[in-house]
Ligand binder design. Structure first.
Ligand code: UD1
Length: 424
């Protein structure tokens, strides 16, 4: 039997889009350790000799049940070892709060590797703390691994763009989802040996959960079953569109928000639009007095009966959904309209037409080969993109590495790196 060495990974999550990106990595670590425990009496290859201790840190950037807890349950993510409870605030306050609380945790645990995912404030805050820390007074610090590196919208008004650029330039290992990301990083002078085109862990989660998501009763609960009896399974879904909007540029300015709603007017009149709205978006609707555009729908109507999705030309607004319910709704939608980054990729993987209500995308592969159309944010642009997508029957293609095996590739690279650097 060969000697087993230990290495400590610290994985950070904080906001909703982090959870589906981190879950497969946590599962891959569990599987790796399990395989190692089974192979203790037999010779094993050099890459599998490292046993990982994983410390899961939740910054608390998102804290509502619907924005956090449900995702832990749906994605089978273990309870965080550390919860920082940082909460909301301005960007500066939120980042400062996370950094202050995270530094103490990092110094206490002294991990060999820090994994941060995506582009939210928690991602940058924790990478920045790790990059400047010193465990021994001589600069010893964890290797920083950034999952979903290199994406660029080239729009520095987006807080996420700032987070992406800075995190990438702090990271030691950069895991990318598409060729454009690799090209962006090379152009910015990041050495090639740090960059690994591994695929998309969010698609790992999607492929792992797709079957389970089809057991969701969300279509029945929202009256989208096309007159068929209330039952599990997803056959006979009525045609409906799914909408998500939460980007500050779209919802924080009343005129911009109005443009999006006007751009969707034809769609609203022709089929139900289901709109699980982010808390900030719900707040803006109330602030701007936009309630008239929406029909407030609960998941199940009075007396526990399914709701009707018919909303008399208004958009059906519901509270945010958990991962499996949302995946089910996305999978069976005729069209998805969104300003989210991740949903552009998920719809490409599912072959569902997507209209992105933004001027740019940091995920160009979803437009080049997938099912995404960039609508811009003008009324005419949105109407045109919706028409185009409803008429088009093209299914698009899925990038080769979005195959459900990304997390394992990431762990293989981490194992190699730890051995090369003899970090134990
Ligand atoms: C954050 C990410 C964004 C991501 C989005 C997904 C940054 C800069 N932005 O934006 O990239 O697409 O998450 O949701 O990190 N709120 C609640 N409950 C919660 C969380 C937030 O009510 O659990 C409300 C608070 O009023 C808060 C506001 O939503 O001030 C915004 O939350 P915040 O985490 O600052 O940014 P998001 O808009 O969620």
């Amino acid at each position: 039997m060969k000697a087993i060495t230990n290495a400590k990974i610290m994985t950070v999550v904080g906001a909703r889009p982090n959870f589906m990106k981190a879950a497969p990595i946590l599962a891959a670590i569990r599987d790796h350790n399990h395989r190692l425990s089974l192979s203790q009496d037999t010779p094993i290859d050099t890459l599998t000799q490292i046993e990982f201790e994983n410390v899961l840190v939740h910054t608390g950037q998102h804290y509502d049940e619907a924005m956090s807890d449900w995702f832990f349950a749906d994605l089978n993510i273990p309870k965080p070892d550390v919860h920082l409870g940082a909460g909301s605030g301005s960007h500066a306050v939120q980042m400062a709060e996370i950094m202050k609380r995270f530094e103490e945790v990092l110094l206490r645990h002294r991990p060999n590797i820090l994994i941060v995912v995506g582009d939210v404030n928690s991602t940058l805050a924790c990478a920045l703390v790790a990059a400047k820390t010193s465990f021994d007074g001589h600069g010893a610090r964890p290797l920083i691994a950034h999952v979903e590196a290199g994406l660029r919208s080239f729009d520095r008004c987006m807080p996420e763009e700032i987070n992406r650029i800075l995190t990438d330039h702090l990271a030691d290992l950069l895991f990318v989802t598409e060729q454009s990301a690799l090209d962006n990083l090379s152009r910015e002078g990041i050495p090639k040996h740090k960059i690994h085109l591994v695929g998309n862990t969010m698609i790992d989660s999607l492929l792992a959960c797709r079957q389970k998501a089809d057991l969701s009763t969300i279509l029945d609960d929202l009256g989208l079953r096309n007159g068929k009896p209330h039952s599990k399974g997803t056959d006979h879904a009525a045609p409906y569109a799914l909408l998500t909007l939460h980007r500050p540029s779209n919802v924080d300015d009343p005129q911009n928000f109005l443009n999006v709603l006007n751009g969707l007017d034809e769609l609203t009149r022709s089929r139900p639009i289901i709109f699980p709205a982010h808390p900030r978006t719900q707040k803006r609707i109330a602030d701007f007095g936009f309630e008239r555009f929406f029909h407030r729908q609960n998941r199940v109507g009075d007396g526990g009966k399914p709701c009707t999705a018919s909303a008399n030309g208004r958009i059906s607004l519901i509270d945010p959904l958990g991962y499996l319910d949302f995946l089910c709704l996305m999978n069976h939608a005729e069209l998805v309209v969104t300003d989210s980054g991740g949903i552009q990729e998920e719809t490409t993987s599912l072959g569902v037409p997507c209209v992105t209500v933004r001027e740019n995308t940091e995920r160009p592969i979803t437009v080049q080969v997938g099912t995404n159309v960039l609508a811009g944010t003008s009324v005419a642009g949105i109407r045109q993109a919706v028409r185009q997508q409803l008429e088009s029957k093209a299914k698009g293609a899925v990038p080769e590495t979005w195959d459900g095996k990304c997390a394992q590739r990431i762990l293989d690279v981490i194992c190699r790196e730890i051995k090369e650097q003899q970090m134990f």
